[in-house]
Write a protein that binds this ligand. Structure first.
Ligand SMILES: [Zn+2]
Length: 121
């Protein structure tokens, strides 16, 4: 008896859960509702984390907005701009000082609200 035969013999001792004569049936379930066909968009809607709609959504995302500007504003509202102070906080060997004025740490609030150079521009 070789190894292949012993594997086949061992496999025959297991009972098959369904009749081997029947057709296979599959069902997609997204959330609580079964689907007839798989849709990646429906799956994405079920899987992605949801947040409450923010007050500023209509100010940032509107028809005619420049996508690059909307994206930057959106990232800024979550305080996720790649500023020097964040880089330094992550351990990168960069100066945390503002690239424009070199007087204060480069944070979102400094860049957008208090930096003299930004105010001048
Ligand atoms: Zn500055």
């Amino acid at each position: 008896m070789d190894i292949t035969t012993s594997k086949i013999t061992a496999g025959t001792t297991l009972t098959v859960p369904l009749s081997p004569d029947g057709d296979d049936v599959f069902e997609w379930v997204a959330g609580d509702s079964p689907l007839r066909v798989f849709r990646s968009s429906t799956t994405w809607e079920v899987l992605r984390p949801r947040q409450e709609k923010q007050d500023w959504v209509d100010i940032i995302w509107f028809k005619g907005a420049v996508p690059k500007h909307s994206f930057t504003m959106w990232v800024m509202n979550y305080d996720r701009l790649p500023t020097r102070s964040r880089f330094a906080g992550w351990g990168m060997m960069v100066s945390a000082k503002c690239a424009f004025c070199s007087r204060y740490d480069e944070t979102r609030d400094h860049l957008m609200l208090t930096c003299e150079y930004s105010q001048y521009v």
